[in-house]
Design a protein around this ligand. Structure first.
Ligand SMILES: [Zn+2]
Length: 169
């Protein structure tokens, strides 16, 4: 399988959502890189791309001829109470992929399950021919979720890879 992992936002240029002590862009980069290593070890061709320009991401995805595209994000909210994992998809296949990833993260990390949602408004997911989803790992603005994102970053990466492998099977 040819898989593109896109870490959301761009460290140093676009931090994305910010928690009390960490930023979405940094977490997404770590999860993207660890997950890519795991997926490559299992025989997949994996392209990682992180950029603050959405057109650059969409171009890289199409040039690579990806079967699967996963954009990795952390959620943010004004209220600290919002927490949990959710996935956005815009096609039937995307929904299936999203279910596999959502279940894997909730199982591995014990985050609140917010489910798979329709995400046709998400530009990057719209621009690619690949089966595409956008994953919100957890809420960086919730203290419990932010702790998980920082202390168990590799478990998020493992769960993401496991969810993708589950879908491929
Ligand atoms: Zn984001």
């Amino acid at each position: 399988m040819r898989i593109v992992l896109n870490g959301g936002h761009m460290p140093g240029m676009d931090p994305g959502a910010c928690g009390a002590y960490s930023t979405e862009a940094e977490i997404c980069r770590k999860v993207m890189e660890s997950s890519a290593r795991l997926l490559r070890d299992m025989g997949n061709e994996v392209l990682t791309v992180q950029s603050d320009e959405l057109e650059a991401i969409a171009g890289a995805v199409d040039g690579f001829g990806a079967d699967i595209f996963v954009s990795i994000h952390c959620n943010g909210a004004v209220t600290q109470a919002a927490k949990g994992t959710e996935v956005y998809a815009m096609s039937e296949e995307g929904y299936e992929l999203g279910l596999c990833i959502d279940r894997a993260i909730v199982d591995y990390l014990g985050t609140a399950d917010r489910g798979v949602k329709e995400g046709s408004r998400l530009y990057v997911v719209n621009q690619t021919e690949a089966t595409a989803v956008l994953v919100e790992l957890a809420f960086i603005t919730n203290p419990d979720d932010e702790w998980l994102l920082n202390e168990r970053t590799d478990d998020f990466a493992s769960a993401l890879a496991a969810g993708i492998i589950q879908y491929i099977k």
